[in-house]
Ligand binder design. Structure first.
Ligand code: OOG
Ligand code: NI
Length: 268
């Protein structure tokens, strides 16, 4: 486990930018417009609900840094369960962790995923670098395609393993942009595709959270039999509204999250 939060997030950013060139470009464009550092609202991690890699095992890395459990979220159609974690230090990025409920999937998917997870050594899960350690298994391209037919999420996990699937620009901390549509326009002006599933702006002031995201970059993956280009990671933008006590809402919105998951789909 990491003992230093800044170092953990630096490593997570490093492994994310390696496969997400658009995030680095957009980060640079926004940084130049703003003339100040971009604040990260949250990251998200994915996993399977099988030992030793279930949601709780990933969360342990954040609990040991002083994070506390926040809300929980259910995604019945996608067969996912998620929780968010937040830190008493308001400058700390929030963390959204989801897991695929493998037992609800087809016998074929269950067999494939069990085989992948069986290749993960339990010691690697508690190691400092686990959350940005990538793939711990051999997987061929046809197996990836088989997973893709049933669960885009399972296929993404098989290809990319353990790494942040997105970082999130906090719009609240920007000075030149104040709304999600303004950010979406900037993205389009620079040629990026905005995730349009459920609308380009997810959530509303009533939800206390508005979000948008790019569609994931497409990057080459070395499968065990050949290299193929598949969706990698994406960039997200979040605008939070104050709650009754005046502090910004710190949770997530399941209906919006459901659509943000689709940022790593092969087609938007
Ligand atoms: C997480 C999707 C949900 C949000 O901010 O609601 C999310 C994922 O794609 O793994 O990030
Ligand atoms: Ni997110």
């Amino acid at each position: 486990m990491h003992t230093d939060r800044a170092s953990l997030f630096q490593h997570l950013w490093q492994s994310y930018r390696e496969v997400t060139p658009s995030a680095e470009e957009i980060h640079r464009i926004l940084g130049a417009e703003e003339g100040q550092a971009i604040v990260n609202d949250h990251i998200a991690l994915r996993t399977f609900n099988l030992p030793p890699v279930g949601l709780d095992a990933l969360a342990e890395h954040f609990l040991s840094l002083g994070y506390r459990q926040g809300g929980e979220y259910h995604f019945e159609a996608k067969k996912l369960y998620a929780r968010h974690y937040e830190h008493p230090d308001p400058d700390a990025p929030k963390v959204f962790i989801s897991e695929l409920l493998v037992e609800q999937c087809s016998p074929a998917l269950q067999a494939i995923v069990k085989n992948l997870v069986a290749q993960v050594s339990p010691d690697s899960v508690t190691a400092d670098n686990f959350l940005y350690s990538g793939r711990h298994w051999k997987v061929d391209y046809q197996t990836y395609r088989t997973l893709l037919e049933e669960s885009e999420y399972a296929a993404w996990m098989a290809a990319w393993g353990y790494r942040a699937n997105h970082f999130t620009v906090s719009i609240n901390h920007l000075t030149q942009f104040h709304t999600v549509p303004e950010i979406n326009q900037l993205l389009k002006n620079h040629g990026y595709t905005v995730n349009a599933s459920g609308g380009e702006v997810k959530g509303s002031p009533d939800d206390l959270l508005e979000q948008s995201s790019t569609m994931a970059d497409r990057m080459p993956v070395r499968f065990s039999d050949r290299e193929e280009t598949v969706p990698s990671c994406f960039y997200e933008f979040a605008l939070r509204y104050p709650t009754a006590d005046g502090t910004l809402y710190s949770g997530f919105v399941a209906a919006s999250a459901d659509k943000i998951f689709e940022s790593t789909n092969a087609t938007g």
